[in-house]
Design a protein around this ligand. Structure first.
Ligand code: NDP
Ligand code: BG6
Length: 524
Protein backbone atom coordinates (compact mmCIF):
# COMPACT_ATOMS: atom_id res chain seq x y z
CA UNK A 1 0.00 0.00 0.00
CA UNK A 2 1.41 3.39 -0.86
CA UNK A 3 2.51 5.78 1.86
CA UNK A 4 -0.24 8.19 0.93
CA UNK A 5 -2.93 5.66 1.78
CA UNK A 6 -1.67 4.83 5.23
CA UNK A 7 -0.25 8.07 6.63
CA UNK A 8 -1.71 11.48 7.16
CA UNK A 9 -0.09 14.25 5.14
CA UNK A 10 1.73 15.76 8.10
CA UNK A 11 2.92 12.35 9.37
CA UNK A 12 4.36 11.57 5.94
CA UNK A 13 6.08 14.96 5.80
CA UNK A 14 7.52 14.55 9.30
CA UNK A 15 8.78 11.08 8.43
CA UNK A 16 10.62 12.48 5.38
CA UNK A 17 12.20 15.23 7.46
CA UNK A 18 13.37 12.74 10.01
CA UNK A 19 15.01 10.60 7.27
CA UNK A 20 16.73 13.75 5.98
CA UNK A 21 17.98 14.70 9.45
CA UNK A 22 19.40 11.22 9.90
CA UNK A 23 21.22 11.40 6.58
CA UNK A 24 22.63 14.82 7.49
CA UNK A 25 24.19 13.39 10.63
CA UNK A 26 26.58 11.45 8.47
CA UNK A 27 27.11 14.33 6.02
CA UNK A 28 30.85 14.76 5.82
CA UNK A 29 32.12 18.17 4.90
CA UNK A 30 35.67 19.13 4.05
CA UNK A 31 37.43 20.42 7.12
CA UNK A 32 35.29 18.70 9.72
CA UNK A 33 34.25 15.20 10.59
CA UNK A 34 30.53 15.48 10.36
CA UNK A 35 27.64 17.87 10.14
CA UNK A 36 26.91 17.74 13.85
CA UNK A 37 30.42 18.68 14.84
CA UNK A 38 30.77 21.17 17.64
CA UNK A 39 32.13 23.95 15.42
CA UNK A 40 29.43 26.65 15.20
CA UNK A 41 28.23 28.01 11.89
CA UNK A 42 27.71 31.65 10.99
CA UNK A 43 25.44 32.47 8.07
CA UNK A 44 25.84 36.03 6.77
CA UNK A 45 23.41 37.72 4.40
CA UNK A 46 24.93 40.67 2.55
CA UNK A 47 22.16 42.92 1.29
CA UNK A 48 19.98 42.03 4.28
CA UNK A 49 17.75 45.05 3.72
CA UNK A 50 16.89 44.06 0.15
CA UNK A 51 14.19 42.27 -1.77
CA UNK A 52 15.91 38.92 -2.29
CA UNK A 53 16.89 38.74 1.38
CA UNK A 54 13.40 39.36 2.71
CA UNK A 55 11.52 37.30 0.12
CA UNK A 56 13.84 34.34 -0.21
CA UNK A 57 16.91 34.11 1.95
CA UNK A 58 15.59 34.89 5.44
CA UNK A 59 12.50 32.71 4.87
CA UNK A 60 14.69 29.85 3.61
CA UNK A 61 17.09 29.90 6.55
CA UNK A 62 14.12 30.12 8.92
CA UNK A 63 12.50 27.03 7.34
CA UNK A 64 15.78 25.12 7.56
CA UNK A 65 16.18 26.15 11.20
CA UNK A 66 12.50 25.33 11.94
CA UNK A 67 12.93 21.83 10.51
CA UNK A 68 16.19 21.34 12.43
CA UNK A 69 18.08 20.79 9.19
CA UNK A 70 20.86 23.28 9.93
CA UNK A 71 23.05 22.70 12.97
CA UNK A 72 21.47 24.06 16.16
CA UNK A 73 24.61 26.07 16.88
CA UNK A 74 24.14 28.29 13.82
CA UNK A 75 23.87 32.06 14.15
CA UNK A 76 22.74 34.50 11.48
CA UNK A 77 24.05 37.93 10.51
CA UNK A 78 22.46 40.51 8.26
CA UNK A 79 24.70 43.18 6.74
CA UNK A 80 23.61 46.19 4.68
CA UNK A 81 24.03 49.96 4.40
CA UNK A 82 20.64 50.77 5.94
CA UNK A 83 20.49 51.74 9.56
CA UNK A 84 18.37 48.86 10.84
CA UNK A 85 17.96 46.69 13.88
CA UNK A 86 17.08 42.99 13.84
CA UNK A 87 13.46 43.84 14.74
CA UNK A 88 13.16 45.96 11.61
CA UNK A 89 14.65 43.24 9.40
CA UNK A 90 12.20 40.84 11.02
CA UNK A 91 9.27 43.14 10.27
CA UNK A 92 10.26 43.33 6.59
CA UNK A 93 10.53 39.54 6.34
CA UNK A 94 7.34 38.76 8.29
CA UNK A 95 4.96 38.50 5.29
CA UNK A 96 7.16 35.84 3.67
CA UNK A 97 8.07 33.61 6.63
CA UNK A 98 4.89 31.46 6.64
CA UNK A 99 4.93 30.83 10.37
CA UNK A 100 2.28 28.29 11.38
CA UNK A 101 0.49 27.68 14.67
CA UNK A 102 2.75 25.70 16.95
CA UNK A 103 5.93 27.20 15.49
CA UNK A 104 5.87 30.51 17.34
CA UNK A 105 8.34 29.53 20.05
CA UNK A 106 10.84 28.17 17.54
CA UNK A 107 10.35 31.33 15.48
CA UNK A 108 11.24 33.51 18.47
CA UNK A 109 14.36 31.39 19.02
CA UNK A 110 15.32 31.89 15.38
CA UNK A 111 15.26 35.67 15.67
CA UNK A 112 17.21 35.54 18.93
CA UNK A 113 20.02 33.96 16.90
CA UNK A 114 20.02 36.90 14.47
CA UNK A 115 22.32 39.90 14.43
CA UNK A 116 22.54 42.91 12.17
CA UNK A 117 25.56 45.01 11.22
CA UNK A 118 25.27 48.27 9.32
CA UNK A 119 28.11 48.91 6.94
CA UNK A 120 28.98 50.01 3.47
CA UNK A 121 30.21 47.62 0.80
CA UNK A 122 33.40 49.42 -0.11
CA UNK A 123 34.81 50.28 3.32
CA UNK A 124 37.29 47.82 4.70
CA UNK A 125 36.81 49.12 8.22
CA UNK A 126 33.13 48.12 8.17
CA UNK A 127 34.09 44.55 7.27
CA UNK A 128 36.56 44.53 10.14
CA UNK A 129 33.72 45.54 12.42
CA UNK A 130 31.56 42.77 10.97
CA UNK A 131 34.35 40.33 11.67
CA UNK A 132 34.63 41.54 15.26
CA UNK A 133 30.88 41.23 15.74
CA UNK A 134 30.93 37.67 14.37
CA UNK A 135 33.79 36.66 16.61
CA UNK A 136 32.07 38.18 19.62
CA UNK A 137 28.71 36.53 18.91
CA UNK A 138 30.13 33.13 18.04
CA UNK A 139 33.55 31.76 18.75
CA UNK A 140 36.85 32.46 17.06
CA UNK A 141 36.52 29.09 15.36
CA UNK A 142 33.32 28.96 13.32
CA UNK A 143 32.45 27.88 9.81
CA UNK A 144 31.26 30.88 7.83
CA UNK A 145 28.82 31.07 4.94
CA UNK A 146 28.36 34.38 3.11
CA UNK A 147 25.34 34.93 0.88
CA UNK A 148 25.70 37.81 -1.58
CA UNK A 149 22.09 38.97 -2.00
CA UNK A 150 23.48 42.03 -3.77
CA UNK A 151 23.52 43.75 -7.16
CA UNK A 152 26.42 42.54 -9.33
CA UNK A 153 27.97 46.02 -9.33
CA UNK A 154 29.32 45.38 -5.80
CA UNK A 155 30.26 41.68 -6.11
CA UNK A 156 33.94 42.48 -6.64
CA UNK A 157 34.45 44.99 -3.84
CA UNK A 158 32.44 42.94 -1.35
CA UNK A 159 34.33 39.72 -2.06
CA UNK A 160 37.63 41.59 -1.78
CA UNK A 161 36.72 43.00 1.62
CA UNK A 162 35.31 39.70 2.73
CA UNK A 163 38.54 37.96 1.80
CA UNK A 164 40.67 40.55 3.61
CA UNK A 165 38.66 40.77 6.80
CA UNK A 166 36.07 38.06 7.30
CA UNK A 167 37.48 34.64 6.44
CA UNK A 168 37.02 31.88 9.02
CA UNK A 169 40.03 30.97 11.10
CA UNK A 170 40.81 27.30 11.32
CA UNK A 171 37.45 26.34 9.78
CA UNK A 172 35.87 26.69 6.37
CA UNK A 173 34.41 29.68 4.50
CA UNK A 174 31.86 29.35 1.67
CA UNK A 175 30.57 32.15 -0.54
CA UNK A 176 27.23 31.94 -2.32
CA UNK A 177 26.60 34.14 -5.33
CA UNK A 178 23.57 34.54 -7.57
CA UNK A 179 23.31 35.41 -11.22
CA UNK A 180 23.95 37.55 -13.14
CA UNK A 181 27.47 36.15 -13.39
CA UNK A 182 28.43 38.80 -15.93
CA UNK A 183 26.61 39.82 -19.10
CA UNK A 184 28.68 38.02 -21.72
CA UNK A 185 31.85 35.95 -22.06
CA UNK A 186 34.25 38.80 -21.27
CA UNK A 187 32.46 40.25 -18.27
CA UNK A 188 31.83 36.79 -16.86
CA UNK A 189 35.49 35.82 -17.31
CA UNK A 190 36.48 39.02 -15.50
CA UNK A 191 34.27 38.13 -12.53
CA UNK A 192 35.45 34.49 -12.56
CA UNK A 193 39.10 35.57 -12.58
CA UNK A 194 38.45 37.99 -9.77
CA UNK A 195 36.79 35.28 -7.64
CA UNK A 196 39.46 32.72 -8.53
CA UNK A 197 42.08 35.17 -7.25
CA UNK A 198 40.35 35.27 -3.88
CA UNK A 199 38.81 31.86 -3.27
CA UNK A 200 39.31 28.23 -4.15
CA UNK A 201 36.66 26.78 -6.46
CA UNK A 202 35.36 24.62 -3.59
CA UNK A 203 34.64 27.80 -1.62
CA UNK A 204 32.44 29.30 -4.35
CA UNK A 205 28.78 28.28 -4.70
CA UNK A 206 27.18 29.76 -7.85
CA UNK A 207 23.44 29.37 -7.51
CA UNK A 208 21.19 28.46 -10.39
CA UNK A 209 18.01 27.84 -8.44
CA UNK A 210 16.62 25.55 -11.16
CA UNK A 211 19.22 23.01 -10.05
CA UNK A 212 17.41 22.92 -6.70
CA UNK A 213 14.05 21.93 -8.17
CA UNK A 214 12.73 18.44 -7.49
CA UNK A 215 12.23 17.37 -11.09
CA UNK A 216 15.51 18.84 -12.29
CA UNK A 217 17.29 16.86 -9.59
CA UNK A 218 15.23 13.84 -10.62
CA UNK A 219 16.58 13.84 -14.17
CA UNK A 220 19.66 11.87 -13.20
CA UNK A 221 17.69 9.30 -11.18
CA UNK A 222 15.25 8.85 -14.00
CA UNK A 223 17.89 8.42 -16.66
CA UNK A 224 20.52 6.44 -14.83
CA UNK A 225 18.39 4.56 -12.28
CA UNK A 226 16.20 2.84 -14.88
CA UNK A 227 17.01 0.40 -17.61
CA UNK A 228 14.08 1.34 -19.84
CA UNK A 229 15.22 4.85 -20.77
CA UNK A 230 18.96 4.37 -21.36
CA UNK A 231 18.86 2.34 -24.58
CA UNK A 232 16.43 4.71 -26.31
CA UNK A 233 18.03 7.94 -25.10
CA UNK A 234 19.74 8.84 -28.37
CA UNK A 235 19.46 10.07 -31.96
CA UNK A 236 18.19 6.69 -33.18
CA UNK A 237 14.98 7.04 -31.18
CA UNK A 238 14.51 10.65 -30.13
CA UNK A 239 13.38 13.16 -32.69
CA UNK A 240 13.63 16.38 -30.65
CA UNK A 241 13.99 17.65 -27.11
CA UNK A 242 11.94 20.66 -26.11
CA UNK A 243 12.78 22.49 -22.87
CA UNK A 244 10.28 25.14 -22.05
CA UNK A 245 9.65 27.87 -19.47
CA UNK A 246 6.50 30.00 -19.48
CA UNK A 247 5.33 32.67 -17.08
CA UNK A 248 1.87 34.22 -17.10
CA UNK A 249 3.01 37.67 -15.96
CA UNK A 250 5.11 40.48 -17.38
CA UNK A 251 7.86 42.56 -15.84
CA UNK A 252 5.52 43.97 -13.18
CA UNK A 253 7.15 47.39 -12.99
CA UNK A 254 10.69 45.92 -12.88
CA UNK A 255 11.20 46.27 -16.61
CA UNK A 256 14.06 48.72 -16.11
CA UNK A 257 16.13 45.98 -14.50
CA UNK A 258 14.95 43.32 -16.98
CA UNK A 259 15.69 45.50 -19.99
CA UNK A 260 19.42 45.36 -19.32
CA UNK A 261 19.34 41.58 -19.52
CA UNK A 262 16.44 40.28 -21.62
CA UNK A 263 14.92 36.81 -21.46
CA UNK A 264 17.95 35.01 -22.92
CA UNK A 265 20.23 36.07 -20.06
CA UNK A 266 17.42 35.89 -17.53
CA UNK A 267 16.32 32.31 -18.15
CA UNK A 268 17.70 30.62 -21.27
CA UNK A 269 21.47 30.89 -20.82
CA UNK A 270 21.27 29.56 -17.26
CA UNK A 271 18.12 27.69 -16.16
CA UNK A 272 17.26 26.08 -19.51
CA UNK A 273 20.84 25.32 -20.45
CA UNK A 274 21.45 23.63 -17.10
CA UNK A 275 18.41 21.40 -17.71
CA UNK A 276 19.68 20.65 -21.21
CA UNK A 277 22.99 19.46 -19.78
CA UNK A 278 21.29 17.05 -17.39
CA UNK A 279 19.11 15.66 -20.19
CA UNK A 280 21.96 15.27 -22.66
CA UNK A 281 25.03 14.32 -20.63
CA UNK A 282 26.63 10.89 -20.57
CA UNK A 283 26.43 8.87 -17.38
CA UNK A 284 29.00 10.28 -14.94
CA UNK A 285 31.37 7.75 -13.42
CA UNK A 286 29.94 8.53 -9.97
CA UNK A 287 27.53 10.96 -8.36
CA UNK A 288 30.44 13.08 -7.08
CA UNK A 289 29.92 16.74 -7.90
CA UNK A 290 32.91 17.03 -10.18
CA UNK A 291 32.15 13.83 -12.07
CA UNK A 292 28.69 15.21 -12.87
CA UNK A 293 29.99 18.65 -13.74
CA UNK A 294 32.67 17.15 -15.98
CA UNK A 295 29.93 15.48 -18.03
CA UNK A 296 27.85 18.66 -18.17
CA UNK A 297 30.83 20.63 -19.47
CA UNK A 298 31.39 18.04 -22.21
CA UNK A 299 27.85 18.60 -23.47
CA UNK A 300 28.37 22.35 -23.60
CA UNK A 301 31.70 21.96 -25.37
CA UNK A 302 29.93 19.93 -28.06
CA UNK A 303 27.51 22.77 -28.77
CA UNK A 304 28.05 25.44 -31.36
CA UNK A 305 27.29 29.07 -30.60
CA UNK A 306 23.72 30.14 -31.36
CA UNK A 307 23.08 32.83 -33.99
CA UNK A 308 20.15 35.04 -34.98
CA UNK A 309 19.10 32.52 -37.64
CA UNK A 310 18.47 29.93 -34.88
CA UNK A 311 16.02 31.98 -32.86
CA UNK A 312 12.57 33.51 -32.78
CA UNK A 313 12.44 36.60 -30.57
CA UNK A 314 9.28 38.17 -29.24
CA UNK A 315 8.11 41.05 -27.07
CA UNK A 316 4.68 41.21 -25.45
CA UNK A 317 2.12 43.88 -26.20
CA UNK A 318 -0.95 44.70 -24.13
CA UNK A 319 -4.19 42.79 -24.59
CA UNK A 320 -6.90 45.43 -25.09
CA UNK A 321 -9.48 42.91 -23.81
CA UNK A 322 -7.34 41.82 -20.87
CA UNK A 323 -7.65 42.87 -17.25
CA UNK A 324 -5.19 44.77 -15.04
CA UNK A 325 -1.57 44.18 -15.97
CA UNK A 326 -2.60 42.26 -19.11
CA UNK A 327 -3.60 45.52 -20.77
CA UNK A 328 -0.03 46.75 -20.55
CA UNK A 329 2.62 45.78 -23.05
CA UNK A 330 6.32 45.62 -22.20
CA UNK A 331 6.90 49.06 -23.68
CA UNK A 332 4.09 50.51 -21.54
CA UNK A 333 6.12 49.76 -18.41
CA UNK A 334 7.40 53.25 -17.45
CA UNK A 335 10.74 51.80 -16.32
CA UNK A 336 11.46 50.36 -19.80
CA UNK A 337 13.41 52.64 -22.17
CA UNK A 338 11.31 53.95 -25.02
CA UNK A 339 11.38 51.79 -28.13
CA UNK A 340 13.35 49.01 -26.42
CA UNK A 341 13.90 45.92 -28.60
CA UNK A 342 14.77 43.65 -25.66
CA UNK A 343 13.11 40.26 -26.13
CA UNK A 344 10.70 39.00 -23.48
CA UNK A 345 10.28 35.74 -25.41
CA UNK A 346 12.85 33.56 -27.15
CA UNK A 347 12.90 30.19 -28.82
CA UNK A 348 16.32 28.87 -29.82
CA UNK A 349 17.23 25.73 -31.70
CA UNK A 350 20.51 24.35 -30.41
CA UNK A 351 22.45 21.26 -31.45
CA UNK A 352 24.87 18.95 -29.72
CA UNK A 353 27.53 17.68 -32.02
CA UNK A 354 28.34 14.29 -30.51
CA UNK A 355 27.69 10.66 -31.30
CA UNK A 356 24.54 10.43 -29.16
CA UNK A 357 22.79 13.59 -30.31
CA UNK A 358 23.96 14.49 -33.81
CA UNK A 359 20.89 15.70 -35.74
CA UNK A 360 18.57 16.01 -32.71
CA UNK A 361 17.41 19.60 -32.15
CA UNK A 362 17.40 20.73 -28.53
CA UNK A 363 14.84 23.51 -28.56
CA UNK A 364 14.89 26.01 -25.70
CA UNK A 365 11.95 28.32 -25.23
CA UNK A 366 11.19 30.88 -22.54
CA UNK A 367 8.83 33.78 -22.25
CA UNK A 368 7.05 36.22 -19.98
CA UNK A 369 3.39 37.28 -20.15
CA UNK A 370 2.29 34.00 -21.75
CA UNK A 371 -0.85 31.94 -21.29
CA UNK A 372 0.29 29.82 -18.33
CA UNK A 373 2.99 29.07 -15.77
CA UNK A 374 4.83 25.97 -16.88
CA UNK A 375 8.36 24.58 -16.99
CA UNK A 376 8.87 21.21 -18.60
CA UNK A 377 11.11 18.95 -20.63
CA UNK A 378 9.42 17.20 -23.55
CA UNK A 379 11.32 14.34 -25.15
CA UNK A 380 9.61 13.55 -28.44
CA UNK A 381 10.35 10.14 -29.94
CA UNK A 382 10.53 9.34 -33.64
CA UNK A 383 7.67 7.80 -35.61
CA UNK A 384 7.33 4.03 -35.24
CA UNK A 385 9.06 2.47 -38.27
CA UNK A 386 7.17 -0.05 -40.39
CA UNK A 387 3.68 1.26 -39.72
CA UNK A 388 0.92 -1.41 -39.66
CA UNK A 389 -1.76 0.87 -38.18
CA UNK A 390 -2.45 2.97 -41.27
CA UNK A 391 -0.94 6.16 -39.90
CA UNK A 392 -2.91 6.13 -36.66
CA UNK A 393 0.05 6.08 -34.32
CA UNK A 394 1.23 9.33 -32.76
CA UNK A 395 4.71 9.94 -31.48
CA UNK A 396 5.56 8.93 -27.92
CA UNK A 397 6.43 11.84 -25.68
CA UNK A 398 8.07 11.68 -22.30
CA UNK A 399 7.20 14.82 -20.38
CA UNK A 400 8.99 15.83 -17.20
CA UNK A 401 6.96 18.64 -15.72
CA UNK A 402 9.10 20.75 -13.42
CA UNK A 403 6.26 23.06 -12.37
CA UNK A 404 3.53 23.54 -11.48
CA UNK A 405 2.49 20.14 -10.15
CA UNK A 406 5.58 17.97 -10.53
CA UNK A 407 4.86 15.04 -12.85
CA UNK A 408 6.40 12.62 -15.28
CA UNK A 409 4.10 11.30 -17.95
CA UNK A 410 4.69 9.36 -21.08
CA UNK A 411 2.28 9.61 -23.97
CA UNK A 412 1.75 6.12 -25.42
CA UNK A 413 -0.58 4.39 -27.86
CA UNK A 414 -2.98 1.76 -26.57
CA UNK A 415 -5.73 -0.43 -27.94
CA UNK A 416 -9.08 1.24 -27.41
CA UNK A 417 -10.50 -0.63 -24.45
CA UNK A 418 -13.32 -3.07 -25.30
CA UNK A 419 -14.30 -4.88 -28.47
CA UNK A 420 -12.75 -2.36 -30.82
CA UNK A 421 -9.29 -3.01 -32.25
CA UNK A 422 -8.67 0.71 -32.76
CA UNK A 423 -5.74 2.64 -31.33
CA UNK A 424 -5.84 5.61 -29.04
CA UNK A 425 -3.48 7.97 -27.29
CA UNK A 426 -3.14 7.67 -23.54
CA UNK A 427 -0.47 8.16 -20.91
CA UNK A 428 1.57 6.44 -18.22
CA UNK A 429 1.26 8.95 -15.46
CA UNK A 430 3.39 9.63 -12.39
CA UNK A 431 1.91 12.72 -10.84
CA UNK A 432 3.66 13.51 -7.59
CA UNK A 433 0.62 15.08 -5.92
CA UNK A 434 -1.19 11.74 -6.18
CA UNK A 435 1.61 9.21 -5.85
CA UNK A 436 3.46 11.02 -3.06
CA UNK A 437 0.59 12.73 -1.34
CA UNK A 438 1.78 14.64 1.71
CA UNK A 439 5.46 14.46 0.76
CA UNK A 440 7.18 17.74 1.49
CA UNK A 441 8.93 18.97 -1.63
CA UNK A 442 11.24 21.68 -0.32
CA UNK A 443 11.72 24.93 -2.13
CA UNK A 444 14.78 25.01 -4.41
CA UNK A 445 16.60 27.49 -2.15
CA UNK A 446 16.10 25.24 0.90
CA UNK A 447 17.84 22.35 -0.82
CA UNK A 448 20.64 24.50 -2.17
CA UNK A 449 21.43 26.35 1.06
CA UNK A 450 21.42 23.03 2.88
CA UNK A 451 23.88 21.72 0.29
CA UNK A 452 26.18 24.63 1.10
CA UNK A 453 26.15 23.69 4.79
CA UNK A 454 26.96 20.12 3.75
CA UNK A 455 29.68 21.14 1.31
CA UNK A 456 27.98 19.51 -1.67
CA UNK A 457 28.60 21.33 -4.95
CA UNK A 458 26.65 18.84 -7.06
CA UNK A 459 23.86 21.32 -7.73
CA UNK A 460 26.02 24.41 -8.25
CA UNK A 461 27.59 25.81 -11.38
CA UNK A 462 31.32 25.40 -11.86
CA UNK A 463 33.36 28.18 -13.49
CA UNK A 464 34.12 26.20 -16.68
CA UNK A 465 30.41 25.40 -17.13
CA UNK A 466 29.67 29.07 -16.87
CA UNK A 467 32.34 30.02 -19.39
CA UNK A 468 30.95 27.50 -21.91
CA UNK A 469 27.37 28.69 -21.35
CA UNK A 470 28.45 32.24 -22.17
CA UNK A 471 30.44 31.08 -25.20
CA UNK A 472 27.25 29.57 -26.64
CA UNK A 473 25.09 32.67 -26.16
CA UNK A 474 27.46 35.64 -26.36
CA UNK A 475 27.52 35.93 -30.19
CA UNK A 476 23.70 35.97 -30.31
CA UNK A 477 23.48 38.50 -27.48
CA UNK A 478 25.98 40.78 -29.22
CA UNK A 479 24.13 40.42 -32.53
CA UNK A 480 20.89 41.41 -30.79
CA UNK A 481 22.53 44.41 -29.14
CA UNK A 482 24.26 45.60 -32.29
CA UNK A 483 21.63 44.88 -34.92
CA UNK A 484 18.58 45.47 -32.69
CA UNK A 485 16.28 43.12 -34.64
CA UNK A 486 12.69 44.03 -33.94
CA UNK A 487 11.13 41.32 -31.77
CA UNK A 488 7.82 39.87 -32.97
CA UNK A 489 4.95 41.31 -30.97
CA UNK A 490 2.74 38.79 -29.13
CA UNK A 491 -0.30 39.49 -27.05
CA UNK A 492 -0.07 39.32 -23.26
CA UNK A 493 -1.60 35.99 -22.20
CA UNK A 494 -1.12 34.28 -25.59
CA UNK A 495 1.15 31.29 -26.43
CA UNK A 496 3.73 33.63 -27.98
CA UNK A 497 4.55 34.32 -31.63
CA UNK A 498 3.23 31.87 -34.25
CA UNK A 499 6.67 31.92 -35.89
CA UNK A 500 7.91 29.90 -32.90
CA UNK A 501 5.51 27.03 -33.68
CA UNK A 502 6.74 27.15 -37.25
CA UNK A 503 10.34 26.83 -36.11
CA UNK A 504 9.34 23.94 -33.84
CA UNK A 505 7.66 22.19 -36.76
CA UNK A 506 10.78 22.69 -38.90
CA UNK A 507 12.90 21.10 -36.19
CA UNK A 508 11.51 17.61 -35.72
CA UNK A 509 8.77 18.54 -33.26
CA UNK A 510 5.37 17.32 -34.40
CA UNK A 511 2.31 18.78 -32.72
CA UNK A 512 -0.71 16.71 -33.65
CA UNK A 513 -3.23 18.43 -31.39
CA UNK A 514 -5.10 15.14 -31.03
CA UNK A 515 -4.03 14.20 -27.48
CA UNK A 516 -6.78 14.61 -24.94
CA UNK A 517 -6.05 14.25 -21.27
CA UNK A 518 -8.72 13.23 -18.81
CA UNK A 519 -7.81 14.00 -15.25
CA UNK A 520 -8.25 10.79 -13.24
CA UNK A 521 -10.56 10.96 -10.20
CA UNK A 522 -7.71 10.32 -7.74
CA UNK A 523 -5.70 13.34 -8.98
CA UNK A 524 -5.56 16.27 -6.62
P1 NDP B 1 -0.48 18.29 -25.98
O1 NDP B 1 -0.26 17.32 -27.07
O2 NDP B 1 -1.84 18.85 -25.79
O3 NDP B 1 0.52 19.48 -26.13
C1 NDP B 1 1.84 19.22 -26.44
C2 NDP B 1 2.65 20.47 -26.57
O4 NDP B 1 2.31 21.19 -27.72
C3 NDP B 1 2.51 21.46 -25.45
O5 NDP B 1 3.81 21.85 -25.11
C4 NDP B 1 1.69 22.62 -26.08
O6 NDP B 1 1.70 23.82 -25.41
C5 NDP B 1 2.23 22.59 -27.46
N1 NDP B 1 1.36 23.17 -28.49
C6 NDP B 1 0.09 23.57 -28.42
N2 NDP B 1 -0.30 24.07 -29.61
C7 NDP B 1 0.75 23.94 -30.44
C8 NDP B 1 0.98 24.25 -31.78
N3 NDP B 1 0.03 24.79 -32.53
N4 NDP B 1 2.18 23.98 -32.32
C9 NDP B 1 3.15 23.45 -31.57
N5 NDP B 1 2.99 23.12 -30.28
C10 NDP B 1 1.80 23.38 -29.74
O7 NDP B 1 -0.02 17.53 -24.67
P2 NDP B 1 0.32 17.96 -23.21
O8 NDP B 1 1.43 17.12 -22.79
O9 NDP B 1 0.50 19.44 -23.12
O10 NDP B 1 -0.97 17.52 -22.39
C11 NDP B 1 -2.20 18.22 -22.45
C12 NDP B 1 -2.67 18.58 -21.05
O11 NDP B 1 -2.82 17.42 -20.24
C13 NDP B 1 -1.65 19.47 -20.34
O12 NDP B 1 -2.35 20.47 -19.66
C14 NDP B 1 -1.00 18.52 -19.37
O13 NDP B 1 -0.54 19.19 -18.24
C15 NDP B 1 -2.13 17.57 -19.04
N6 NDP B 1 -1.60 16.29 -18.58
C16 NDP B 1 -1.37 16.17 -17.26
C17 NDP B 1 -0.85 15.01 -16.75
C18 NDP B 1 -0.57 14.95 -15.30
O14 NDP B 1 -0.91 15.84 -14.54
N7 NDP B 1 0.09 13.93 -14.85
C19 NDP B 1 -0.57 13.86 -17.57
C20 NDP B 1 -0.82 14.09 -18.97
C21 NDP B 1 -1.32 15.29 -19.43
P3 NDP B 1 2.69 25.11 -25.42
O15 NDP B 1 3.54 25.20 -26.64
O16 NDP B 1 1.77 26.25 -25.37
O17 NDP B 1 3.50 25.00 -24.16
C1 BG6 C 1 14.68 33.96 -12.21
C2 BG6 C 1 14.41 34.99 -13.27
O1 BG6 C 1 15.99 33.48 -12.31
O2 BG6 C 1 13.76 32.89 -12.36
C3 BG6 C 1 12.98 35.50 -13.18
O3 BG6 C 1 15.32 36.06 -13.09
C4 BG6 C 1 12.01 34.33 -13.22
O4 BG6 C 1 12.69 36.39 -14.23
C5 BG6 C 1 12.40 33.28 -12.20
O5 BG6 C 1 10.72 34.84 -12.93
C6 BG6 C 1 11.54 32.04 -12.32
O6 BG6 C 1 11.78 31.19 -11.25
P1 BG6 C 1 10.68 30.16 -10.77
O7 BG6 C 1 11.35 29.36 -9.73
O8 BG6 C 1 9.53 30.97 -10.26
O9 BG6 C 1 10.29 29.37 -11.97
Amino acid sequence: MSRSLVKSDSAAAEEMLSILRQSLKSCKTPGETNFEAKVPHIFVIFGASGDLAKKKIYPTVWWLYRDRLVPENTIFFGYARSDLRVEQVRAKCEPFMKVKEGEKERYEQFWKLNHYVKGSYDTRRDFELLNQAMTKAGTVRANRIFYLALPPSVFEVVTENLKSCCMATDSWTRVIIEKPFGKDSDSSAKLSNHLAGLFKEEEIYRIDHYLGKEMVQNLMSLRFGNRIFGPTWNRDNISSVFISFKEPFGTQGRGGYFDDFGIIRDVMQNHLLQILCLVAMEKPCSTAADDIRDEKVKVLKSMEAVGLEDVVLGQYVGDPDGEGEAKEGYLDDPTVPEGSTTPTYALAVTRINNERWDGVPFILRCGKALNERKAEVRIQYRDVPGDIFHGQTKRNELVIRVQPGEAIYCKVMTKTPGMSFGLEETELDLTYGSRYRGAKLPDAYERLILDVFCGSQMHFVRSDELAEAWRIFTPLLHQIEEQKPKPIPYIYGSRGPEEADKMLAENNFVYSGSYKWTKPAHHL
